[in-house]
Design a protein around this ligand. Structure first.
Ligand code: GSY
Length: 184
């Protein structure tokens, strides 16, 4: 029997109509072959990390079930980013949509174009907060403890960092009933 992979994808946008780009991206992910959205975090307004001279981000995390391989999923996510107008000028620059595979089940992947768990996830509050909202008890053999514990440790280490501000809750009805890509 082929089993579905439980995958967490982080997303963010800081250009143009950010909410619309996120809604369109989630719709496109839900339409990928053998893939469905199973849980969506709230949408968080966050301060840019890294390159500070850019607009604020909207960030969130979605959990999906998929039969796609990690490589195929990555290819599909890059195609969605390209369709939604993402231009990779600068590594840390503004973007219409960013889609990152955070976890692919409990797999460890270390390839040139894909590292999973995402190497930065534990260092980014804009990922840890929405991830903890939807999967507080998730753990990965690579890390000691649950997401909730990792978030707590991060907050103890960075007490000065402002939490993201929730600007939209996920839909209350089932994700597979979302019409017209309006998730938020
Ligand atoms: O790594 C993803 C892109 N990105 C973000 C982001 O998504 N949110 C925030 N708050 N800052 C960021 N800096 C970069 S680069």
């Amino acid at each position: 029997m082929i089993s579905e992979h439980e995958v967490f994808v982080g997303f963010g946008s800081n250009l143009g109509d950010r909410r619309s780009f996120i809604n369109q991206a989630l719709q496109a992910v839900s339409e990928l072959p053998t893939t469905s959205l199973s849980k969506l975090s709230s949408l968080y307004e966050t301060v840019p990390v890294g390159y500070l001279e850019q607009g604020g981000f909207l960030n969130g995390v979605v959990r999906i079930q998929s039969l796609l391989t990690a490589t195929d999923l990555l290819e599909q996510l890059l195609a969605i980013e390209n369709r939604l107008g993402r231009v990779r000028k600068e590594r840390w620059g503004p973007r219409t949509i960013d889609l990152d595979i955070l976890f692919y089940g409990d797999n460890l992947i270390d390839e040139a174009n894909l590292q999973v768990p995402h190497p930065e996830f534990g260092k980014r509050l804009f990922v840890l907060e929405p991830l903890c909202e939807i999967a507080p008890t998730w753990s990965h053999p690579r890390f000691d403890g649950t997401i909730s514990k990792l978030l707590h440790q991060y907050q103890l280490k960075h007490p000065e960092e402002a939490a993201g501000r929730i600007v939209a809750a996920p839909p209350r009805f089932a994700l597979n009933e979302v019409k017209d890509g309006i998730f938020y």
